[in-house]
Ligand binder design. Structure first.
Ligand SMILES: Cc1cc2nc3c(=O)[nH]c(=O)nc-3n(C[C@H](O)[C@H](O)[C@H](O)COP(=O)(O)O)c2cc1C
Length: 162
């Protein structure tokens, strides 16, 4: 697989089905991918954190589509062969901050693999949007969808998919 990088977004605090959590569901799964592949990790962090309560957060996420500044942007992914793009599903696709993180990077010749956590809608539009943002990459459109509340128990599923 060569050298790999995990670009992921995840939010702790009040969650849809698992209550208040210290570590987001996607981050739990991202750590499994890291353990199993030895990949480097890059956490996408919003410039302004989301509200801790779920209902405010879902409204904020809708407003951020197309305008989601992040704390730090990756500049160069040239040393990686495989990029894992990981996100919770927000309103039918990846979190808006993921789009900001992918914008402007040179994906030509890279293998891109997609993992989401969700609470019912599966990968939804995420493969389509990752493909749109990763021009020139070989994007595996099949992806892996993990139910958020099952994140802790997903290591075997992740290892089989890898
Ligand atoms: C703003 C927001 C929007 C969401 N939209 C969806 C959705 O469209 N479909 C779905 O299945 N789950 C949706 N969810 C549930 C999350 O995808 C799910 O809880 C996920 O595991 C959260 O990952 P995290 O803990 O890594 O942030 C949404 C959650 C939030 C906070």
């Amino acid at each position: 697989m060569g050298k790999s990088l995990i670009i992921y977004f995840s939010r702790a605090d009040e969650n849809y089905s698992v209550g208040w959590i210290d570590k987001g569901n996607t981050e739990i799964v991202a750590e499994f991918v890291q353990e199993l592949t030895g990949a480097d990790m890059f956490k996408v962090e919003p410039a302004v954190p989301y509200a801790a309560d779920y209902n405010t957060c879902i409204k904020e996420a809708k407003q951020r589509v197309g305008n989601a500044p992040i704390k730090e942007k990756l500049k160069d992914i040239s040393t990686y062969d495989t990029i894992f793009v990981m996100s919770p599903i927000y309103w039918g696709t990846y979190a808006p901050e993921v789009e900001t993180a992918l914008e402007g990077l040179d994906f030509s010749g890279k293998a891109v693999r997609i993992i989401c956590t969700h609470e019912g809608s599966g990968l939804s539009g995420m493969p389509r949007d990752v493909k749109r943002m990763c021009a020139g990459a070989d994007v595996d459109m099949s992806g892996l969808a993990i139910v958020g509340s099952q994140a802790k128990n997903s290591k075997l599923k992740v290892s089989e998919w890898l």
